[in-house]
Design a protein around this ligand. Structure first.
Ligand SMILES: *Cc1c(COP(=O)(O)O)cnc(C)c1O
Length: 382
């Protein structure tokens, strides 16, 4: 029975806190069961349409295209904008590798630029410096749930006639100057992986106000099949469809997104009261123009290096607290190897993410905070 309650289904073994876990309630189970029972188990079915319509509405845009995951949503958006060989796409050096990979899949070249010290998002001035006659687009990433400086990025893009694709995979519901991400530029791209703000298991979405882009993305998602002649394909498309089962899960999650985001704001507050910060030990920065989705609690410690961070993470784990390092810079990876971007490189070495999920209580956070404080005193410089 759907009661709207959000109690976890089972209690996790006490005293181990993973970095992330999805919040699955009776509402999700009921939706997915309904979708399975209906027989519409593939990519036709009422949940797909409902999920696309509702998610578009949530982001304040006219159109949305559901996909099999966030990476395919990124690639599909790039293809639908006819970006390919001979083009350059500007991407932040500090991001999940999928942002750069999606560009490379299209045959275009990802150009890596530095991020802002505070927001960790792409630095608009670095974008400007990276523009060449081959530049076609820029992909700001709303990293760890904090929106990028979209006003400056959009202005630069307008000046140089570039497309802007928001990588909002980690930032559902985040706001730039009071406007939700996903509707701030040519298109937005979301992920519904199990550890994202809301999940469909695997899944993704493109959001846009551009009717032509919407039509082209829809067509390419389904092998570019002719609407008038079945099994006729005038160009090479993809199978990047989302299933009705995934959309059923997504609908239940979307109905709960307000409480999920509120809980994340509460979590952030609890972490701020539990962890002792200094100039050298910082939690998530939030710009005055931003409302973060707080995808991940971010802890930066200036005196960490790779070895010390590994030690800290190992000690945290022994004390029941899982953590993960910040993303590695894309520029350090063999397939993209280039001169590293200074800020991205520095941040990648001193940051880690702490447990961030719906079932964490204030008490849990206070326990985690005490463990962190104690370790920072023991491992820190004297
Ligand atoms: C998760 C993520 C993606 C990719 O999404 P998947 O659904 O895992 O394919 C892309 N960009 C960023 C910034 C992400 O965090």
């Amino acid at each position: 029975m759907v009661t709207g309650v959000t109690e976890p289904l089972q209690n996790i073994v006490p005293k181990f806190f993973p970095v992330s876990q999805p919040s699955i309630t009776e509402r999700e189970i009921s939706n997915v069961t309904d979708a399975v029972r209906s027989g519409w188990v593939s990519s036709l079915g009422s949940y797909i349409d409902a999920f696309e319509t509702s998610f578009a509405q949530y982001c304040g845009v006219e159109f949305a295209v559901a996909t099999s995951n966030g990476t395919t949503a990124l690639h599909l958006a790039i293809e639908a904008l006819s970006i390919g060989p001979g083009h350059e796409v500007i991407v932040p050096d500090l991001t999940f590798v999928a942002t750069a990979n999606a560009v490379a899949y299209s045959g275009a070249t990802p150009v890596l630029v530095d991020v802002d010290t505070d927001t960790l998002c792409i630095n608009p001035e670095a974008v400007r410096r990276a523009i060449t006659p081959k530049s076609r687009a820029v992909i700001p990433v709303h990293l760890y749930g904090h929106p990028a400086e979209m006003e400056e990025i959009n202005a630069i893009a307008a000046e140089f006639d570039l497309f802007v694709i928001e990588d909002a995979a980690e930032a559902h519901g985040a706001e730039f100057r009071g406007k939700r991400v996903g509707g701030l530029s040519n298109c937005g791209v979301f992920s519904f992986y199990g550890n994202k703000i809301i999940t469909t298991g695997e899944g993704g979405m493109i959001t846009t106000n551009d009717a032509a882009l919407y039509q082209r993305a829809r067509s390419l998602r389904d092998h570019a099949m002719s609407p008038t002649r079945r099994y006729w394909h005038a160009e090479m498309g993809f199978n990047y469809r989302m299933s009705n089962l995934q959309a059923a899960l997504g609908m239940a999650q979307l109905e709960r997104i307000d409480e999920i985001l509120k809980h994340r704001r509460d979590l952030m507050g609890w972490y701020r009261e539990s962890i002792t910060t200094t100039e050298e030990v910082r939690l998530n920065y939030v710009a005055e123009w931003a409302s973060s989705a707080y995808w991940m609690i971010c802890l930066e410690i200036d005196w960490l290096d790779d070895k010390l961070r590994d030690k800290l993470m190992g000690e945290l784990k022994k004390n029941g607290v899982d953590s993960r390092p910040y993303f590695c810079t894309v520029s350090s990876m063999p397939m993209y190897e280039m001169v590293p971007c200074r800020v991205a490189w520095r941040k990648a070495g001193i940051g880690l993410n702490l447990p961030t999920y719906f079932d964490l209580t204030r008490n849990d956070v206070s326990t985690i905070g005490a463990v962190v404080n104690d370790l920072l005193i023991r491992l820190g410089p004297r």
